[in-house]
Design a protein around this ligand. Sequence first.
Ligand code: ASC
Length: 151
Amino acid sequence: MKTFAALALSIATLSFAAPAAAQFEKPEDAIKYRQSALFVMGQHFGRIGAMANGKIPFDAKVAQENADIVVIMAKLPWAGFGPGTDKGRDTKAKPEIWTEQAKFREHADKMGAETVKLATAAQTGDLDKLKSAFGETAKSCKACHDNYRNK
Ligand code: ASC
């Protein structure tokens, strides 16, 4: 019983501490997970983009809050690209993701690094810095989409 309790506790702790190591019951769940994470990230990134492009008024606090969420969201999708998750649900993911894992990982890491710079820029409250960091982050999204996402 003790062993079971310890095991249950360590599993619970692990699942809270390491969302990026999420386990999926079936490929469909992994695909849904990564699509959802990318969707939520896109929503928050888009709000920053609307400010960078003058579509909505610049609000430094709102930009900062959204950038912080983008940083967290950028960590999540990759756990959903595990082995055997190339099929199982409608997906635009190209098969090269699973044959060029190191290169795919580089794109993911690059994007993660750009989001951190975006959050740093958002903290300054300087719209020009935000615009420039937004552009660099968007480039890193696009580079991966160009290589690894079907139209
Ligand atoms: C976004 C978004 C993306 C990227 C990409 C950049 O706002 O949702 O996927 O920017 O379009 O080229």
